[in-house]
Design a protein around this ligand. Structure first.
Ligand code: 4AD
Length: 430
């Protein structure tokens, strides 16, 4: 008999097939047992009837429990009343493991579900989120390969900070104190002198104590760095990247979006170019347009960005942040003193920042001054400084929080729902 995976298609109606998977739901009524079987592709209703099976088999099948692993063989037919439109009439079966009291049931507390994440993540909704996440990661790679970028890898054990010392995790490294990386940016910068356009996707670590809906202490960071690009060139690649990823999700995951209750039309409306708005102008209109009390120089945190972005249904770029708000490597804008040539991409529907990027300082003295003004020791950054001594060039880059992107695309209420094993200030298990 043909062993198949994607059974929900007219191709198999009237055919005998075998499917393997797990009991998703089970209910018996007299001479019939309905088993809804789950596999990686979907769920399908299977019927055990005493017309086709002997008494013993009927007994064995009707006593199965949720999440028992089985193989069912039989004929497929179209059945509009069945949960996914098809039905398998069981002719024979094999039980792999009969399961006792699967602990995940309805209405359990969040902590219990997080402790049992290894079991909870089999849920239908979570499976769909993970399928969408898989598309997002694939599309991210595809986009860059299509646009002549090289994929590279940077180390996770590092001796320097890129995003400020307060969010560093330090670890014992053979008796020496080193850090877990916050960003691969500086290493990517070293690689543009040979490869010009590079990208990487890897974990970044932030010891931030914030308990917001959008912070993880270990998150998946997609970063790119490009020789000769200015701030505007970088934003163009980013908006095309986001549009490409969303189009791929719409193309490949329509059913998954339906399962998690995400309105696909919201995603279909995302258009390029994304609006560019200066930080200065955003602050100026923040009172009237968003009811926020902000003054020039205030940082935009999760709450402020939420209050701004609930008013948008397309991402926006906020550009020209004041120097005081951004780290030392950002290039000051020669035409607008006090501002830097950078951007954050904020996602609509209240989601806020998903990307941070911009031009990097490439003048040696300017960089040394910014390092010193940030109370850092230039010697710790000797290799980063060296890049400004040997063939320095204008360049730009960005970092995209993949978990934040998945959270927005799926319309989830918390970043923890976007990743199989979220690491937060209170949780490192399972
Ligand atoms: O804005 P960030 O801190 O920028 C950097 O790390 C740059 N060095 C990146 C670069 O230019 N190569 O982080 C970039 C993005 C943010 O926009 C956000 O989406 C995500 O990383 N991010 C987090 N995601 C989840 N949990 C956290 N704690 C995050 N911190 C940042």
């Amino acid at each position: 008999m043909e062993k198949i995976n994607y059974i929900l298609s007219d191709k198999f109606t009237g055919k005998e097939v075998s499917i393997r998977g797990w009991v998703y739901r089970i209910r018996s009524s007299g001479k019939i047992t309905f088993i809804v079987l789950r596999d990686s592709s979907n769920i399908i209703q299977c019927i055990a009837s005493s017309e086709k099976l002997d008494e013993n088999s009927m007994k064995e099948l009707s006593s199965l429990t949720v999440e028992s692993s089985i193989e069912l063989s039989g004929t497929v037919r179209k059945e509009d009343r069945a949960v996914t439109g098809y039905e398998l009439s069981i002719l024979s079966y094999k039980i792999y493991e009969r399961n006792e009291n699967f602990p995940i049931t309805k209405d359990l507390g969040e902590e219990f579900l997080l402790d049992n994440r290894h079991l909870w993540l089999r849920s239908r909704e979570f499976t769909s989120v993970l399928k969408i996440r898989s598309t997002v990661f694939r599309a991210f790679n595809d986009f860059f390969y299509k646009n002549d970028y090289y994929q590279v890898q940077a180390p996770m054990f590092v001796s320097t900070a890129t995003e400020g010392g307060s969010s560093l995790f330090s670890v014992d490294y053979f008796g020496e104190k080193v850090n877990l990386t916050q960003s691969s940016q500086f290493y990517l910068e070293t690689l543009i002198y040979s490869l010009e356009k590079v990208f990487t996707v890897s974990p970044s670590f932030r010891a931030e104590k914030s308990r917001t809906r959008r912070h993880l202490s270990e998150y998946w960071h997609a970063e790119a760095e490009v020789a000769w690009y200015n701030n505007e060139d970088m934003m163009e690649d980013e908006e095309n990247l986001i549009k490409y990823i969303i189009d791929e999700v719409i193309k490949n995951n329509e059913n998954d979006l339906k399962i998690i209750g995400r309105d696909i039309n919201i995603l279909r409306k995302i258009k390029t170019p994304f609006q560019r708005i200066k930080y200065r102008d955003l602050i100026e209109k923040s009172k009237n347009d968003f009811g926020l009390n902000l003054k020039y120089g205030d940082d935009l945190g999760a709450d402020e960005e939420y209050n701004i972005m609930v008013h948008y249904d397309n991402p926006i770029f906020v550009t020209g942040y004041p120097e005081s708000l951004k780290t030392f490597y950002h290039r000051p804008d020669p035409d607008n003193p006090g501002e830097i040539l950078c951007h954050d991409m904020l996602a609509p529907e209240g989601y806020g920042e998903v990307v941070g990027g911009g031009e990097r300082i490439y003048d040696l003295n300017e960089l040394l001054e910014r390092i010193k003004n940030s109370n850092l020791n230039p010697e710790d950054y000797y290799w980063y400084v060296d890049l400004r001594k040997y063939g320095s060039i204008p360049h730009s880059g960005f970092g995209l929080g993949m978990d934040r992107l998945v959270t927005w695309i799926c319309g989830l209420s918390n970043i923890k729902e976007s990743i199989p094993y979220p690491r937060t200030i209170r949780r490192v298990k399972p």
